[in-house]
Design a protein around this ligand. Sequence first.
Ligand code: FE
Length: 451
Amino acid sequence: MRIVIIGNGIAGTFTAKNLRALDKDLEIIIYAQENYPYYSRIKLPELINEKLNFNDLIIFKDDWYKSNNIKSFLNKKVEKIDHINKKLIIKGETEKVPYDKLVLATGSMPSIPSIKNANQMLGNGVFTLRNIDNAIEIQEFIKNNSIKKVVIIGGGLLGLELAKQIKDYNLNTTVVEFFPRLLPRQLDIDCGGMLREIIENLGIKVELNATTEEILLNDNNSIKGIKIKDGRQIEADMILIQAGITPTIDLAKSAELNTNRGIIVNEYLETNQKDIYAVGDCIEYNNQIWGIIPACIDQANIVASSILGNKNVKYKGTIPKNTLKIIGIDLTSIGIFDPEDKDLIGAGWQILKNIDEKSNCYKKIILKDNKLKGAILFGEKNAIPYINKNIEKEVEDKELRKAINLYEWICQICGNIYDEAKEEILFKDLPKDWKCVCGASKSEYKNKNLN
Ligand code: FE
């Protein structure tokens, strides 16, 4: 059986890897538009500031493809899928490529918000960062134009990670975010505020509630800065846009696959056309698009089984899990982090939360009927393995509290409880002369959760 995979990002590559692990005899072929084998997109910002070169980013080198007997054709654009004859038309090639099963892992493109002059200046002072070639282009533009001031549009994970690397390159750096907080998809207001302070302490300027309306140009058509809808203006000689992704679906449309925002798949990652599957950033499942690495990995696992006829494994979506990859900042957000937003609180939902401003630490745990539904952990990494292991599972209060290091303290005299997961201040940080409601001193309290 010949399986052709279009795309060699994480979803396409892991599909190939998983298929090979399940079956030694399959013919597995990857077609990729880029000219590089599977590499780490997370590290692209470090290509811009020359901490790394592109070879450092490559994860699977040629020998991996050889030893796994996976054929990889780089720099080949699949122009059209002839789904009736089960063949691919490759740009510049006369011979069509036949397949028995086809996997679309075409990924996504950076979204470009509607900003005056943005499209017009793309590649000429305005850039997005999605692949190695983009990073090299940005790098060269910085050098050739002696760039000093950079505005990054988008205060999400990728925007902040990029901002840190741009700042490390000694450029004046400003992050502009549409929402009233950084990482709007990962953080609540409280934690967003703490993160902002830390980001600003790194020397990165932050502008929130900022809808960029226009890219301002000098008389010679070079970049002058941006104009925000409320009138704010920020000077810059380069603009980097990291404002989310748009699934790449044009090829899918050519094969009459059902698409909406992404390529529509079912729980087996099948499209509406027989023997055509889709995985990764390009898909839409259950009205949702994902665009996160854990989803790509989950889907690559399931599609491999599905292609080989195993219908026991079904995709049920992926719990969002994100870690900010900035050295010195420990920040992880998993699952549902703000049930207040959804008016769910009360109906069996429980929040354990502690803001320790002294040590810049924020912990928030979301439970529903004792089931762990989500967490934000900021300035705290010890609890991450426990949270990862138990997400969507029922947890024991005692174990959870040990993991997140927030305890209930009980007054031996009156039975009053001081719960660190509901109070602002840790019990140990209460002043020495703090008194219980019954008048007892701190020393009358015992940790209720530890034996
Ligand atoms: Fe008491």
